[in-house]
Design a protein around this ligand. Structure first.
Ligand code: PLP
Length: 367
């Protein structure tokens, strides 16, 4: 019997914790404190402890987190920011908002992530030293941080880790987000730790960087009504979202385990000719189940015919986006360009039923 499998269904994720969520919202409403209050501060402490950094600074969304973190690192108009071109253009958007120039680093053909070798090649190919390197832990898989840090340190350039897809991924006891100089995440509802609206956070061990972000997120205030910092704006996480995130954070590891379990079943089912880009292990949160193959469009059509929704992350590399006024610097991006034509994404969310997962597996075997 054919099943209808959605790409995602956020309502299912709430069903089991609806009472706790309602309680959290009610707690905030009764408190009469709606912005930068106790829930917000408690979340900053709890999530910093989870990631293993000294500080977390909540902000309005993941793109603001990237922009403010880059600004705190000293990125400004005319700076170059190294980033990958296969990760949805979020880091590029943040760099462009600062008047900086995103310059693209190619990715490893197996992991689809920035590697020490590809970063070193970018340093060799670009005449201008970047002010920062953004490493995206794409699809939820940790990029090789020790080698990336080594290359960046050699050139004296700070590193930002984008953990929007990878919150909870770790090597041993070391959590992604605690390797670089600063890190960011998004609490967009589809993320592994998602709010019921927008949200984001910045992580760092540096009190100086944390203070800069904290000031910029609230108008650039040094103290109330006294503006002493550039790039100030309003980018705050509200109390209701903070309370909801505090309710969900204790379940993140369990949810990530379930995601990895489903991903493992897909790994076991894909036929020769198709390859799951990642493998299930603790350094991968299974945020997205990305398949690589020579004919992704025909695979997607066949799955659609069986009622299975799929997507592509991401169809247009950043340097091929038609952003007015942005003429990307020529960089070697052969791997990135090739991979963009070879990928599609299977449905993967923790609340998929076992029957649904088995149906996706059975359908994969027919490809
Ligand atoms: C890797 C990555 N970085 C940044 C963002 C931006 O986050 P937001 O949508 O909260 O601005 C997203 C997703 O939306 C993302 O997947």
């Amino acid at each position: 019997m054919a099943l209808d499998i959605p790409f995602n269904d956020l309502s299912r994720g709430l069903a089991g914790i609806r009472g706790d969520i309602d309680g959290a919202i009610d707690r905030v409403i009764s408190s009469g404190w709606f912005v930068l209050g106790p829930e917000h501060d408690a979340l900053e402490h709890e999530i910093a402890r989870y990631v293993g950094t000294s500080y977390a600074v909540n902000v309005g969304n993941g793109t603001d987190a990237l922009e403010l973190a880059l600004s705190a690192l000293g990125v400004t108009a005319g700076s170059v920011v190294f980033t990958v071109a296969n990760a949805g253009a979020y880091a590029s958007t943040a760099a462009l908002l600062l008047g900086a120039e995103p310059v693209f680093v190619d990715v490893d053909p197996s992991s689809h992530l920035m590697s020490g070798a590809s970063l070193e090649a970018a340093f060799a190919a670009c005449e201008q030293l970047p002010a920062a390197v953004v490493v995206t832990h794409l699809y939820g898989a940790l990029a090789p941080m020790p080698e990336l840090m080594q290359v960046a340190r050699k050139h004296g350039v700070p590193v930002l880790e984008d953990c929007a897809q990878s919150l909870g991924a770790r090597w041993g006891d070391t959590m992604g987000g605690s390797f670089g100089d600063i890190a960011t995440t998004s609490f967009y509802p589809t993320k592994n730790l998602g709010a019921l609206g927008d949200g984001g956070a910045v992580f760092t061990d540096s009190s100086e960087l944390a203070t800069r972000v904290r000031q910029m997120r609230q108008y650039g205030w040094e103290s109330k009504y006294s503006i002493e910092h550039a790039h100030g704006r309003n980018s705050r996480l509200d109390e209701i979202q903070a309370a909801i995130l505090r309710t969900k954070l204790p379940f993140l590891d369990e949810k990530n385990d379930r995601r990895r379990q489903i991903h493992q079943q897909y790994e076991d089912a894909v036929p020769p000719g198709l390859r799951m880009v990642n493998t299930s292990n603790s350094a991968f949160t299974a945020h997205l189940a990305v398949v690589e193959c020579s004919e992704p469009d025909s695979a997607r059509r066949a799955l659609k015919a069986r009622g299975i929704s799929t997507d592509v992350h991401y169809p247009i590399p950043d340097h091929q986006q038609k952003i007015p006024g942005f003429n990307p610097r020529q960089m070697p991006l052969a791997v990135t360009e090739n991979l963009a034509t070879r990928i599609f994404t299977l449905p993967l969310f923790p609340e998929l039923t076992e029957d649904e997962v088995l149906y996706v597996c059975e359908s994969l075997r027919t490809l």
